[in-house]
Design a protein around this ligand. Structure first.
Ligand code: ADQ
Length: 498
């Protein structure tokens, strides 16, 4: 290890800010989400850097603007700029028409357009060039997610840099019978092998990766067991770890206890007297299984008349990727089902589904989390699914029941307290809704306690700490504050968060 105190350089497709233009003036506000919350304290005041795309090809080069925004965030922001053609072929094309559906096992939705790969390479090379220009010996580079699987290779081959580079995959890694369909399967595996370490959300994802490696590369070997194992191919060795991402549990629990959230929760329920509220909150995405869930709810209403007038499904869909025709079609399908179910079952004073197509402000979202008696989190496949964890953190009364897809990464940690379902099994999900509705208070409390304990013990700070320790063999103390910031919230594993 280099003696010099290195900096952490985080690289993700998007910068952790939202860049907007109003009346010709650019402005930025901080991005939200667990990753920013967890990484900002490590970057802030330690000379850290975050490299990413500002999010639209309309942005001109924003160097001065990002310097100012970085000053406010407390760490450097460096932009990687995509042309409109790259936004189409790299982002909408290779990332969202190939990797996203393939890695979620939805091969039929892939458009294996051969022109996309060249753009993916070119954009990864551009990211690598910014990393090279921003890094110094002793720094540690942490690259995030499927948009950037080729950065390490470009950094080594294109830029000749030897700075350590680590990778975390936020989405699932598919099994060989799916992954082998990818025309660029060997190149992608070779790219990933150029990282010093790779973090996966679950054992299943890592297992799929090592199986693909063994299926495609005769001479690849995998050694070890436990949280970190090693894959070797030729002269290259890469450490492979399992680190389930999480949320800032304390922050969610604290905020949901505020008066403002309690007021929202009360308002929501005062409109639904004597009724259990079932909550679905998802980004508009076909992986989230929203139409499947609506069909299961319809079947539950058909089969279990005791649910009529006694439950209301609140389905919140957050707009996303609406410029892609498939996402527009999904929205139309969801709205068709909502209309059909409401048209068929609505009675005086009762509408079975309240549907919202918009982002909710945080106070209202937490109000729904806190007050809903049942959460329906039923993705067809999901890397982790943070909504499931946020719901538990906010379920302060411990009376909520989590119905969770067995294909969400979160199921590996939450199987002890959740009702696990196969989202493709309409009858099974319908019966799970009925079972949750009838579950008594003692069982609800016992299950929710278990869930909350898991989320509290393995929160986002535990996740960052475990990754840094396992991948980099460093503790947070190796990234000392420059200019004296307060103690970090990352607890050593020995203190029992893990
Ligand atoms: P996503 O697919 O975006 O993330 P998820 O993990 O569920 O999915 O996170 C969604 C986030 O959006 C949550 O933090 C939630 O609070 C927020 N959100 C949802 N509805 C909202 C609303 N109505 N208003 C405001 N905010 C809302 C990807 C992978 C996941 C993986 C994460 C993190 O697809 O599998 O868990 O990255 O690694």
């Amino acid at each position: 290890m280099n003696d010099r105190t290195g900096r952490l350089i985080v690289v993700s497709n998007r910068l952790p800010i939202v860049v907007e233009r109003e009346g010709g003036e650019w402005s930025a506000r901080p991005g939200s989400g667990g990753l920013v919350t967890a990484l900002a304290p490590i970057l802030r005041g330690r000379g850290g850097i975050w490299i990413g795309w500002p999010g639209t090809s309309e942005t001109p080069f924003l160097g001065d603007f990002l310097r100012r925004a970085g000053g406010e965030a407390g760490y450097d922001l460096r932009g990687v700029y995509l042309t409109a053609e790259e936004e189409r072929a790299f982002y909408l094309g290779f990332c969202n028409e190939i990797v996203w559906p393939l890695f979620h096992d939805l091969l039929d939705r892939c458009n294996m357009d051969p022109s996309y790969w060249a753009s993916y390479r070119a954009v990864n090379a551009r990211f690598a060039e910014v990393v090279r220009a921003s890094s110094e010996p002793g720094d540690i580079v942490w690259v995030h997610d499927y948009h950037l699987m080729g950065v390490a290779r470009e950094l080594r081959e294109g830029s000749g840099s030897s700075v350590p580079v680590h990778f975390f995959l936020h989405i699932p890694f598919p099994p060989p019978d799916i992954f082998l369909k990818l025309p660029w399967r060997r190149q992608v595996l070779e790219d990933l092998l150029r990282y010093d370490s790779i973090g996966f959300q679950t054992q299943r994802d890592r297992h799929n990766f090592t199986h693909c490696l063994q299926a495609l590369m005769d001479d690849a070997t995998v050694r070890g067991k436990g949280r970190v194992i090693t894959a070797t191919h030729g002269p290259r060795s890469v450490r492979l770890g399992v680190f389930p991402i999480s949320i800032d549990y304390d922050e969610f629990a604290r905020e949901s206890a505020t008066e403002a959230v309690a007021r929202h929760a009360w308002e929501i329920h005062s409109n639904l007297p004597e009724r259990q509220l079932i909550l679905g909150v998802d980004r508009l995405d076909y992986t989230k299984g929203i139409p499947h869930r609506l069909r299961a709810y319809r079947l539950a209403l058909e089969r279990h008349p005791d649910l009529i007038q006694k439950v209301s499904l609140v389905q919140v869909v957050v707009p996303s990727r609406e410029d892609i025709p498939e996402y527009r079609a999904l929205k139309a399908e969801i709205e068709g089902l909502v209309g059909e179910i409401n048209g068929r079952f609505t009675q005086h004073g009762w509408v079975p589904i309240q549907y919202m197509f918009r982002g909710l402000d945080r106070g209202r979202l937490l109000g729904y989390y806190r007050t809903a008696e049942i959460a329906l989190v039923t993705p067809l496949k999901d890397g982790m699914n943070l909504v499931a964890k946020e719901y538990c953190a906010c379920s302060l009364e411990e009376n909520g029941v989590l119905i969770l897809s067995e294909f969400a990464g979160a199921a590996a940690q939450m199987r002890g307290g959740a009702i696990l379902v196969n989202p493709y099994d309409t009858e099974g999900v319908g019966d799970a809704i009925h079972r949750a509705f009838r579950m008594d208070a003692d069982e609800r409390r016992a299950r929710m306690r278990r869930l909350r304990q898991t989320c509290r013990n393995q929160d986002i700070f535990w996740w960052v700490g475990s990754f840094l320790r396992a991948a980099v063999s460093r503790d947070l103390g190796d990234f000392p504050p420059r200019g004296g910031e307060g103690p970090s919230r990352i607890a050593p594993e020995a203190e029992g968060r893990g």
